[in-house]
Design a protein around this ligand. Structure first.
Ligand code: TYM
Length: 334
């Protein structure tokens, strides 16, 4: 039997933060031994909001280096750049023509981003989830490991696959495989450091709201010191009145590799003055090996080029086959 497949990606729009790591990349690392993983930089998605061409180019390489620094092994996983494979855009167009417009109008992320852009909202921003469906379905993955915020996009992906199968395939012979989302509970929703009710996000204008994986130790300590807390003594999980407390305890739990019970006990009588330095130390320690490896990979551009060239070739073989199947089913001559 073929090794089951995993597909996931990140938009290269700024620095990779702790939410991206704990909600996504960290889980990919664990999946590499059992799954054939296809992991990419979603640079075509990154241009749905205003951007600088030079920065886009740099960010693609930085994200690739971050994957490797976090433990993605190019010998086991395929790392590639979305825009280097025309199959993504081509399949997205085919999906555009079978997806009802009202499916897109329901997308929460579109509504949130559209508000910020006012009159300048592009057709691309609205079509964003269709391109994401193409990214996923091209690789016929068994699992798509993402954070909680991508759940709606994955549901849409499943709906598009089912619709295409219904219109152009038959039950015994579906054109596309319908993938399963994989949203692990721990780390699926890392919240902002300045507002525990908002998710940590690359687009938040405040640097202090997020931890970037490349933040040096002094900056990590400063961000933890300044992060929002509350006036209560004693720390606890799952109190809806204390979203910051829950978020920071969860971060400490995941980064220190401890069980929830143990952390709840350890921190039950702590004040913020004692907890914050503990969290900062844990963060500095957890990120140190990632930062060292990141610096090493960014120094070696020939290595990074070779990883991406190999990834492109491997991804192309899989994506090309699926695209050809879809085009044939939809009535095109190849
Ligand atoms: P992006 O670039 O916003 O985020 C990349 C991954 O990080 C997760 N994530 C979080 N997890 C926990 N807490 C947070 N605060 C947090 N913020 C982000 C996201 O859920 C995601 O898994 N549309 C996608 C990129 C994409 C994609 C795909 C993903 C394009 N095509 C195909 C999977 C499959 C996005 O914008 O992710």
């Amino acid at each position: 039997m073929a090794t089951p497949r995993v597909l996931s990606g990140i938009q290269p729009t700024g620095n990779i933060h702790l939410g991206n790591y704990l909600g996504a990349i960290r889980n990919w690392v664990d999946l590499q031994d059992k799954y054939d993983c296809f992991l990419f930089m979603a640079d075509l998605h990154a241009i749905t909001v205003p951007y600088e061409p030079k920065q886009l180019k740099d960010n693609v390489r930085k994200v690739a280096a971050t994957y490797i620094a976090c433990g993605i092994d190019p010998q086991k996983s395929t790392i590639f750049v979305q825009s280097q494979l025309s199959a993504h855009s081509e399949l997205a167009w085919l999906f555009n023509c079978i997806t009802p417009l009202n499916w897109l109008e329901r997308m929460i992320q579109f509504k949130e981003k559209a508000v910020k852009q006012g009159e300048n909202v592009s057709v691309g921003l609205q079509g964003y989830p269709i391109l994401q469906a193409a990214d996923i379905l091209l690789y016929e993955p068994d699992l798509v490991p993402v954070g909680e915020d991508q759940k709606q996009h994955l549901e849409l992906t499943r709906d598009i696959a089912a619709r295409l199968n219904f219109q152009f395939g038959n039950e015994e012979n579906p054109v596309l495989k319908v993938p399963e989302p994989m949203i692990l509970k721990a780390g699926a929703r890392v919240m902002s450091l300045t507002d525990g009710t908002k998710k940590m996000s690359k687009s938040d204008p405040s640097e202090l709201s997020r931890i970037d994986l490349t933040d040096p130790p002094e900056l990590l300590r400063k961000k933890v010191k300044k992060c929002k807390s509350d006036p209560h003594r004693g720390l606890e999980f799952d109190n809806p009145e204390r979203p910051e407390c829950n978020n920071l305890l969860n971060l400490y739990m995941i980064l220190s590799g401890q069980e929830k019970e143990a952390v709840a006990q350890e921190c039950a009588d702590m004040g913020w003055g004692q907890f914050k330095p503990l969290l900062a130390d844990t963060l500095v320690e957890a990120l140190a090996p990632i930062q060292a490896k990141y610096a090493e990979v960014m120094e070696d551009s020939a290595y990074l080029d070779s990883v991406l060239a190999e990834g492109r070739e491997k991804a192309n073989a899989v994506a090309g086959t699926t695209l050809a199947n879809v085009k044939t089913a939809m009535g095109f001559t190849l």
